[in-house]
Design a protein around this ligand. Sequence first.
Ligand SMILES: *Cc1c(COP(=O)(O)O)cnc(C)c1O
Length: 229
Amino acid sequence: MESVASNLRAIRREIEAACLKAGRDPGSVRLVAVSKTKQASLVREAFDAGQIVFGESYVQEFLQKHDDPLLDGLPLQWHFVGHLQSNKIRMIIGKVALIHGIDKISTAEELSRIAVRENFHAEYLLEVNTSGEASKYGMHPGEVLPSFMALHRLPNITLRGLMTIASPEPESARQEFRALRKLLGELKTISPEPDSLTELSMGMSGDFEEAIAEGATMIRVGTAIFGWR
Ligand SMILES: *Cc1c(COP(=O)(O)O)cnc(C)c1O
């Protein structure tokens, strides 16, 4: 397998090419390197190759990596991309720059409660189940607009946009990405602060080019950087 550094170079080239094709500025897409199940030494390799933003999915594993001596003092930015249970929020708040996977008003309420209590401000994305697959987390697309004002009112947390995990078939994936972009546009029309709704977290190793074509501002790539899990 290729080194993390050469994988990263290849992906950055592919991001650029996808942006060019879509008429977008390559600087408008952030690469989140998903390092779940991978050792801190590989995170270090990616950092040495210029990668700053990392995504983790499991709370215990994230906390261990966050405090790993190999990564001590590095200006890493951690994103939590997994499904976050209410009872784990308190363990990660203040340690992550963005939480991608909130999919219920009740979880957002708990995030807000803890943020107020601990005197933090948290930013998050709402996960939407655009594929309708029963196995996937995420709010039903039809619930997003009706839920928005309740979310918007919660103190100490800010909704920054939407996140989805698409179905494996590229054609459906592309339509799901498009649906997510449309939904973000609709949210902006009802939000008192549309300028804070900037992010579309969509696209992974197998489908990030389609996601970029449909407006992704963050792609979450694991396997293509770090190898198979
Ligand atoms: C694991 C994971 C990824 C990365 O997937 P790859 O196919 O390995 O690129 C992206 N997003 C989420 C939410 C994940 O859990």
